[in-house]
Design a protein around this ligand. Structure first.
Ligand code: 13P
Length: 339
């Protein structure tokens, strides 16, 4: 493990004004996204779509890194250049999702455990040879009447820690993602309680597994009322609650925090990020690693048609720029109307 390499990659990923694009939808998730815009989900259509985003002119100003799925990291641009190389050539760091998905956890109805540790050391070596410099592993924690149960949180935290340790061993910066879902009718207090417990457990396990916090990034959820709670997600309340809990449980050595969007709209996600950065007193870089919040309007504009590529790229550029502004609290809702 070379901590200098890890630290410098992690710092580059959260450089001021920049954030990460999560374009690592698995075969199942990308099919859902394509179905929503009536595009057939084939490897070639995935390649065409991902090329559209990756090749958008000027995004390197706002996008520090891209997380890819196994299929994507092996694909080429129209000119025959592997995607990782074409990104790296423009100063965008290639990354890879290395978990193999959240599966039902035996004996724990409604709870998930993320798989992918077997053979991970060998897969990391292969991804590194392909040009990856960072990795991601997503654990899923659902909130319900009687869940999550401690065993589920701890099993996922253990897997996240083993993933992070293996990643650092290979000089790949781990993005540790324990996602507490916003699905459900719980209030913001419940989200706070579960997120607190989850992060506490994750950092205890990371510590036990001797993960160096300065060579990793955390990808958390916002502390947020459940989507079906009928409660409004107010930017300032989300920002204040999230930051208060984070200051309590996240070590200051962690190189940066890169939020997921989790199902909020692009405008909502940018709004939350802006509010948090506006508070201005976080000890970490507070950035983004959005999937849907960067891509939903882009997919809608594209709709699988080559004549729409330019407009779709304009949309992607706009979202990247607005999230970049939110990195320093300079985003305003009115900017959504500008072209
Ligand atoms: P969303 O921003 O769409 O939640 O995706 C982020 C992600 O990478 C989930 O693993």
């Amino acid at each position: 493990m070379n901590i200098d390499v890890l630290k410098s990659t992690a710092k580059e990923l959260v450089a001021p004004g920049k954030g990460i694009l999560a374009a690592d939808e698995s075969t199942g998730s990308i099919k859902k996204r394509f179905d929503a815009v009536s595009v057939e989900s084939t490897p070639e259509n995935h390649r065409i779509y991902r090329q559209l985003i990756f090749k958008t002119e000027g995004i390197e100003e706002y996008i520090s890194g891209v997380i890819m799925f196994d299929e994507t990291i092996r694909q080429l641009t129209d000119d025959g250049v592997p995607f990782p190389k074409s990104l790296q050539d423009r100063g965008i760091i290639p990354g890879i999702k290395v978990d193999t998905g959240a599966k039902d956890m035996a004996n724990f109805p409604g709870e998930k455990i993320t798989e992918g540790l077997d053979g991970l050391r060998e897969r990391l070596t292969e991804y590194k040879e392909m040009g990856a410099r960072f990795t991601k592993w997503r654990a899923v924690i659902a909130i319900g009447d009687v869940i999550p149960i401690k065993t589920c949180i701890e099993s996922n935290a253990e897997a996240l820690a083993r993933f992070a340790a293996l990643s650092q061993e290979a000089d790949l910066v781990p993005i540790v993602e324990p996602e507490v879902l916003m699905d459900g009718n719980h209030d913001i207090k419940k989200s706070e309680e579960v997120t607190y417990k989850t992060l506490k457990s994750v950092f205890a396990k990371l510590s036990e597994h001797r993960v160096d916090f300065s060579g990793m990034l955390l990808k958390p959820n916002w502390i947020h009322p459940g989507k079906e709670s009928g409660q409004e997600a107010v930017d300032d309340e989300i920002a204040e609650t999230t930051l208060r809990v984070f200051k309590d449980v996240i070590p200051v050595e962690v190189q940066g925090i890169v939020f997921l969007s989790g199902g909020d709209s692009p405008e909502e996600s940018t709004g939350h990020l802006n509010a948090l950065n506006k508070m201005g007193d976080a000890p970490w870089q507070i950035s983004f690693s959005f999937g849907r919040a960067l891509q939903k309007p882009v997919l809608e504009k594209w709709g699988g048609k080559s004549e729409n590529v330019e407009n779709a790229q304009k949309e992607f550029y706009k979202r990247a720029k607005l999230n970049s502004l939110a990195r320093s609290g300079k985003y305003e809702k009115e900017m959504e109307k500008e072209d």
